[in-house]
Design a protein around this ligand. Structure first.
Ligand code: CAA
Length: 258
């Protein structure tokens, strides 16, 4: 697929990067952008060379939300037919760990897209918000669910009902982001974190990610069972034999992803 709204590249060995690139509209997430994002995530996810993915926008905007110009005349029926949020779900199903590098505006669907990622590295200029209430609607892609799980009811309710964004520092305090760094370094910081993740045993990484995410959708008992089975499953991999042998032999493990 030829991309017009995003760009893809490899900033480091084994790290795939996706850049949102609609500068004129602060990276508003049009339907075409979401189609391209699903394609890019799926291509990286099926490439065994890629062990971690970084998603970012520009310094000014990660993304200012779903593209409002595409929704002004929508009806309930056209929204149902479009089923645009199914694409968010496809991105959530990416098995490779994903890091969002967020600078500037992460609003509405932009904040929700960052929250679909596994970790968030924020620049000190980032602001996270769910301003849908200001345009007569409400979040539709996780802004009432993932945000509440991440920051708790009090702050989520305030953000969703007032539409007011929070700063990167507030997001850090609330547990929404992993770290905040000066804007000139936020991408480097995200690449470095991605490189670290990419250096680990890839099947273990994928199953570990899957297990952490499971905790959001099930009971503790079922989640523990799920975790245990994934743990046992890893004993069928060459990387488990290699990892433990390398520890005993005091050398660096050579992962095969098998
Ligand atoms: N959709 C479409 N276009 C957008 C956009 C969006 N979400 N956000 C910004 N733009 C466009 C503006 O229309 C403007 O275009 P023109 O130059 O052609 O007028 C351009 O981007 C620059 O924006 P501003 O002039 O408004 O820039 P600013 O610096 O003054 O303000 C801002 C920046 C505060 C982010 C402001 O643009 C804004 O409030 N944007 C909308 C944010 C929003 O409401 N997002 C939620 C969308 S709904 C949603 O996401 C639903 C969901 O749950 C998925």
């Amino acid at each position: 697929m030829t991309y017009t709204c995003i760009e893809t590249y490899m900033p480091r060995p084994r790290v795939g990067a996706i850049k949102l690139h609609r500068p004129d509209v602060l990276n508003a997430l049009s339907l075409q952008t979401m189609i391209e994002l699903v394609d890019a995530f799926s291509a990286f996810d099926s490439d065994p060379e890629i062990r971690c993915i970084v998603l970012h926008g520009s310094e000014k905007a990660f993304a200012a939300g779903a593209d409002i110009s595409e929704m002004t005349d929508a009806t309930t029926v056209t929204m149902l037919e479009r089923d645009q949020f199914a694409r968010w779900e496809r991105i959530r199903q990416t098995k490779t760990p994903v890091i969002a590098a967020v600078s500037g505006y992460a609003l509405g669907g932009g904040c929700e897209l960052a929250m679909v990622c596994d970790m968030i590295v924020a620049s000190d200029t980032a602001q996270f918000g769910q301003p849908e209430i200001n345009i007569g609607v409400m979040p539709g892609a996780g802004g009432t669910q993932r945000l509440t799980r991440a920051v708790g009811k009090a702050l989520a309710m305030e953000m969703v009902l007032t539409g007011r964004p929070i700063s990167a520092q507030q997001a850090l305090q609330a547990g929404l982001v992993n770290r905040v760094v000066p804007v000139q370094w936020y991408l480097e910081e995200a690449y470095a974190l991605a490189e670290e993740v990419a250096s680990k045993a890839p099947i273990a990484s994928r199953l570990a990610k899957e297990s952490v995410l499971k905790s959001f959708s099930t009971t503790l008992e079922v989640g523990m069972e799920f975790e245990r089975k994934n743990f046992y499953l890893l004993f069928a991999t060459d990387d488990q034999k290699e990892g433990m042998a390398a520890f005993i032999e005091k050398r660096k493990a050579q992962w095969k992803g098998k």
